[in-house]
Design a protein around this ligand. Structure first.
Ligand SMILES: Cc1cc2nc3c(=O)[nH]c(=O)nc-3n(C[C@H](O)[C@H](O)[C@H](O)COP(=O)(O)OP(=O)(O)OC[C@H]3O[C@@H](n4cnc5c(N)ncnc54)[C@H](O)[C@@H]3O)c2cc1C
Length: 437
């Protein structure tokens, strides 16, 4: 076991803490580490935004990145938990396979994708990442390893998918891939005029395999909620010679004053006008469609040294329009424009205890960390609760225990399981302590 004291943070670059980084080579070493430490948290590639992968002791799973087996007849891939989705895409797209569910970055590990039960642009059709997990092996606080699936050790499966690393360490997983005939996607962009128009466009295209909208968060009054809605489906042209797109890099933290109300306004103004007609069509590659932000390495540095946070919430379908109107209006009135605002349509919730999705609409907003931001987010939390919604833990760094407890109804089942397996004695993160898990 290699132990190193180091300063550690996640994608939002906030907070930065001193932790002990623990690297294991064998399962016996991992078992010993669990038995001799407390306040452990597993970590994948640190692409969660907040403090869910931060603790006094951090177990690094990402060096464990072997492909173990592939069943070509059924598209079933068995990998170690540290394998990046980027590696799966690189190897399997040329063979005609893609991920069933992928978040907006491919730089996450399979373990991290399970622990956050991540969603993609197709949640309304296929659900969360756990829907494509055949099974995983989990090391428990006792050091025992158990195989978990939707039919075997079901409670552990339900608690671990979306359980933010608080049930143990996912060692490996078998996931199903989706057959594709092209590395290209037919993309259609629809330019809407206001929130009502945005919801109508989403509903009109609710059967599109993929959909996501960029919202002009600084638009107000009659333009409030206008967006560019992008929908897409894989082409069938047989072109599979995929190469990952080269990326440019932000070499250091930019001065945070560069991102101010004016620059955010200019960006939003230009972005909305990049499309001139109501509907436009393009054929684009996998990286452009699914992972546009990955094209710029370390883009999180544009927010400066103090970092940033993403506030992602979801509201039930029936309250989405009223709730999002109030949220967008509150943000517009606050003068704290988020740099990026993304809206997605979600399908039905699954049975996992802490998975984020419910059927409705989710809004994700990137804000730089600055004085009084958290006060604004507290106000938004109240609106979210009033409309029956919740905050996504994979992005969160500040939600209160009270708000969290009111919005995750299966919390008591999760906590009871944590007690039964003595998980609190071993696995905790800054986040789990803050929200009373
Ligand atoms: C640009 C960008 C876009 C994103 N888009 C989306 C999106 O569209 N949809 C979405 O759902 N998410 C999205 N995310 C969030 C991201 O997908 C999740 O935070 C994901 O969990 C990160 O995986 P990771 O491997 O980096 O895990 P980490 O950030 O290292 O850890 C995340 C959580 O997983 C736990 N964990 C990690 N590995 C293991 C393991 N082996 N065993 C047990 N627990 C483990 C950690 O303890 C922690 O609680 C995005 C993030 C970025 C930076």
């Amino acid at each position: 076991m290699k132990m190193t004291n180091m300063s550690m943070t996640s994608w939002g670059n906030y907070p930065v803490i001193n932790s002990q980084s623990l690297k294991f080579s064998t399962l016996t070493q991992l078992k010993d580490t669990i038995s001799t430490h407390s306040d452990l948290i597993p970590r994948g590639n640190g692409r969660s935004y907040g403090d869910s992968a931060l603790s006094k002791n951090v177990v690094q799973v990402n060096p464990h990145d072997l492909f173990l087996d592939f069943d070509v007849d059924n598209g079933l891939l068995h990998v170690q938990a540290g394998v990046l989705l980027a590696d799966i895409i690189k190897v399997f797209v040329p063979r005609g396979w893609f991920l069933n569910v992928t978040p907006g970055t491919k730089l996450v590990t399979v373990g991290g994708a399970i622990a956050s039960d991540v969603h993609g642009k197709n949640h309304h059709i296929v659900g969360c990442f756990s829907e494509c997990v055949e099974f995983f092996n989990l090391m428990l606080p006792s050091g025992d390893t158990v195989k978990c699936s939707s039919v075997e050790n079901t409670e552990l499966f339900r608690a671990t998918c979306g359980g933010m690393g608080l049930t143990g360490i996912i060692l490996d997983a078998k996931i199903s891939l989706k057959s594709i005939q092209s590395k290209y996607i037919n993309q259609t962009t629809i330019k809407t005029l206001n929130l009502k128009d945005t919801f109508s466009a989403f509903e009109e295209h609710k059967n599109a395999p993929y959909s996501v909208a960029w919202i002009d968060c600084l638009a107000s009054a009659k333009n409030l909620g206008r967006c560019l809605l992008t929908i897409g489906e894989f082409c069938t042209d047989g072109q599979l010679d995929y190469q990952p797109k080269a990326k440019i890099n932000v070499p250091f933290n930019l001065p945070s004053f560069l991102l101010n109300q004016l620059s955010v306004k200019i960006f939003n103004w230009c972005y909305y006008r990049k499309v001139s007609q109501r509907i436009s069509q393009q054929k684009v590659g996998i990286d452009t469609f699914f992972f546009p932000l990955d094209a710029i390495g370390n883009w999180n540095r544009i927010y400066g040294k103090k970092g940033f946070t993403q506030y992602q919430i979801i509201l039930p379908k029936e309250t989405s329009e009223a709730g999002l109107t109030e949220i967008l209006q509150t943000i517009a009135d606050s003068g704290k424009g988020p740099f990026l605002a993304v809206l997605k349509l979600f399908g039905k919730a699954n049975d996992n205890y802490l998975s984020f999705p419910i059927e409705g609409y989710s809004l994700a907003l990137d804000f730089k960390i600055e004085d009084s931001l958290f006060k604004l987010l507290d106000v938004l939390d109240d609106i979210v609760l009033e409309y029956g919604g919740r905050v996504y833990l994979a992005k969160d760094v500040r939600v209160s225990q009270a708000v969290f407890e009111q919005s995750y109804p299966q919390l008591s089942t999760f906590k009871a399981l944590r007690s039964r397996y003595k998980m609190q004695q071993k696995f905790n993160s800054l986040q789990s302590k803050r929200i009373g898990l």
